[in-house]
Design a protein around this ligand. Structure first.
Ligand code: MG
Ligand code: MG
Length: 610
């Protein structure tokens, strides 16, 4: 773990890295410079924590066309070699020069690298030379290898950094041309596919393996196939990680390494497999005395029946088709009057195996208090705090904890839970994608961005391969308080599937469900853009349905108003193979929710401002 990945001071970073189970660190020079510890004290602290110091980095702008600068750099190198000796680290990262006086003659550059390696070698130290993707003269790994080969010194080898290689479209297959003992160090980072200046991309947007778009299993496989035997080190510059809880970031980082090793093409790390997840078992909402009746009333108008009452807890089971919602009045709950999605249960073919997988990937396994007759449910905490249960719905499973009420409902055509939408804390968005991908075996989509009334919203779906389980994760860059602001800073929703959105909408309207009004401008725009069948368009207008289409199919959906300050329900119909969530419509939905809140507030000025 490079200390540059983590937030805080060097002391915080060491504790976090050790706590997450890392074997060693890269000391990022600015962290040391800012530390009151002497290098020897840092070495002692690392030893106490069981951390090796595997790399000292970076040594910048080693080479120069200016003889005076070359002389100064030799002095600087000697001073840093003293620091390294005190730290007990034998390898320093020298990155390709970015200064205007960088050497551009390869023979001269190889000579200067040879001279530096001679200095290092005299001290028993090694130089790992890394091509920065934006180096003045050397910016590709193959060029750095040409120079290391030409310099031909035993104390000089390569540092391969996946970002620098893959951001420039480098081919890892070429690593096999490098003798393994010339691969001195390996730094791993992922990144989203962005079209931007490569330095900005690197400094602000790197991610842990599995969180971005790079094929790191193939990359690492190539490095290992070339004979590399050193540490797998993470070097991730990321604006969010640099200001997040370092202990959490370190666990996220370790999870990324475990998942990466398990995905290696050859000799992978063996983890407990992720058992198949076949659907949503239930979604649990925490409610209180004021939000509970509101949500229960709306569930009734959506065609759900209160079918069960928990044997030992104030928990109601509401069902329609295989869509199930628990209203829990006994859970730790948020602010007064609120309802919140606190748990979701997924059907696992092997709940115990799912929990074992989660534990192996460092997901916090939650303790369960249970009464005599209650089925055991394994649960882990997702990065946003949502409890994820691994359930098996059947006579011997969790439903046995509920006594039947005898209540039934004709229903409104809702068949199952289609997805659960959860706003993620800003710090947890990338972590959540990797969590669901690695721990639960879901596929994280690349996601989209929409300009919403209160700012940019990013969202992505995470799904099982057969789409039986779907989560829609979203995040906002900033959430500010204040009178003008959204009022629902972290909305959540549960979406139910229907095979007949128009018929369901008609039934909900007849039952007095609080459906969100959609402005006429929206449907006018749909007509202009998509030239829909007039009969369909008329139905959409009449029932306040939203519409989207992708390459495969189409999506009809509607929303309720926000209930209890945060949660709303959605009804969706997927036509053909539509695979999205109607994200393009979310600004319209957000504006409508805002308008509905203002109307509620105007009608009841004494209620809490939302
Ligand atoms: Mg690097
Ligand atoms: Mg949705």
């Amino acid at each position: 773990m490079a200390t540059v990945c983590l937030s805080g001071t060097l002391e915080d970073k060491l504790v976090a890295a050790a706590g997450a189970g890392f074997d060693g660190i890269e000391v990022f020079e600015p962290d040391l410079v800012a530390s009151p510890w002497s290098p020897a004290e840092l070495a002692a602290r690392c030893a106490d924590l069981g951390l090796a110091i595997d790399l000292y980095q970076p040594f910048r702008d080693l080479d120069s066309t200016d003889p005076a600068t070359v002389a100064r750099n030799r002095r600087r190198a000697r001073a840093k070699f003293d620091v390294m000796a005190a730290l007990g680290v034998d390898t320093v990262l020298v990155c390709s020069a970015v200064a205007p006086d960088a050497v551009t003659d390869d023979d001269e550059l190889a000579a200067q690298l040879h001279a530096a390696a001679e200095l290092a070698g005299e001290r028993g130290l090694r130089i790992a030379y890394e091509a920065l993707a934006w180096g003045t003269h050397v910016s590709t790994w193959d060029h750095s290898w040409d120079l290391v080969r030409a310099a031909d010194h035993p104390a000089l080898g390569l540092c391969l950094d996946s970002f620098h290689v893959l951001s420039r479209g480098g081919d890892p297959a070429g690593f096999t041309a490098v003798p393994g003992d010339k691969l001195f160090f390996l730094q791993l980072a992922d990144a989203p596919q962005l079209s931007m200046d490569v330095l900005q991309w690197s400094r602000h947007h790197r991610l842990f393996p599995g969180q971005g778009a790079f094929d790191l299993p193939a990359f690492l496989g190539s490095v290992l196939a070339a004979g590399y035997a050193g540490p797998l080190s993470l070097e991730v510059f990321n604006d969010v990680f640099r200001q997040s809880d370092p202990a959490r970031t370190a666990v996220d980082a370790m999870r990324s390494l475990l998942a990466l090793e398990a995905a290696l093409p050859v000799d992978p790390l063996v983890l407990p497999p992720a058992p198949a997840l076949t659907g949503h078992a239930f979604t649990e909402l925490a409610v209180d005395g004021s939000s509970g009746p509101v949500v229960a009333d709306v569930l009734g108008r959506l065609g759900f029946a209160h079918t069960g009452q928990h044997r030992s807890k104030p928990v109601q089971l509401w069902e329609q088709g295989s869509a199930r919602v628990l209203l829990n009045a006994g859970a730790a709950r948020p602010a007064d009057g609120e309802a919140a999605v606190v748990a979701l249960a997924v059907e696992s073919v092997d709940p115990t195996g799912s929990a074992a997988r989660a534990e192996a990937l460092l997901a916090p396994v939650l303790p369960r208090t249970r009464g005599n007759a209650e089925a055991e449910l394994s649960a882990v905490a997702a990065p946003d705090g949502t409890q994820v249960f691994f359930a098996r719905t059947g006579p011997d499973g969790w439903p046995a904890d509920f006594l039947p009420t005898g209540e039934t409902s004709a229903g409104a055509g809702l068949t199952r839970t289609d997805h659960v939408g959860l706003t993620q804390p800003f710090d947890a968005y990338d972590e959540a994608g990797l969590f669901y991908d690695s721990v639960l075996g879901l596929d994280a989509g690349s996601g989209s961005e929409v300009a919403a009334p209160f700012g940019l919203v990013r969202s992505r779906g995470v799904t099982t391969p057969d789409r039986g389980v779907r989560l829609a994760l979203s995040v906002s860059l900033l959430r500010r308080g204040g009178g003008w602001a959204p009022g629902v800073p972290d909305p959540q929703h549960v979406a139910f599937a229907t095979d007949d959105a128009v018929g369901t909408a008609r039934a909900l309207r007849a039952a007095g469900a609080p459906l969100l009004a959609v402005p006429a401008n929206y449907h006018d725009d749909l007509d202009a853009r998509l030239d829909l069948d007039p009969a369909l368009l008329a139905d959409l207008r009449e029932h306040g349905l939203l519409y989207d289409a992708d390459a495969d199919g189409a999506f009809l959906h509607l929303y309720t108003e926000v209930l209890g300050g945060r949660v709303f329900f959605e009804v969706v119909q997927r036509l053909a193979g539509y695979d999205g969530y109607g994200a393009v419509n979310s600004p319209v939905r957000m504006a409508a929710h805002r308008r509905a809140r203002q109307e509620t507030r105007a009608a009841a000025p004494s209620t809490r401002s939302r």
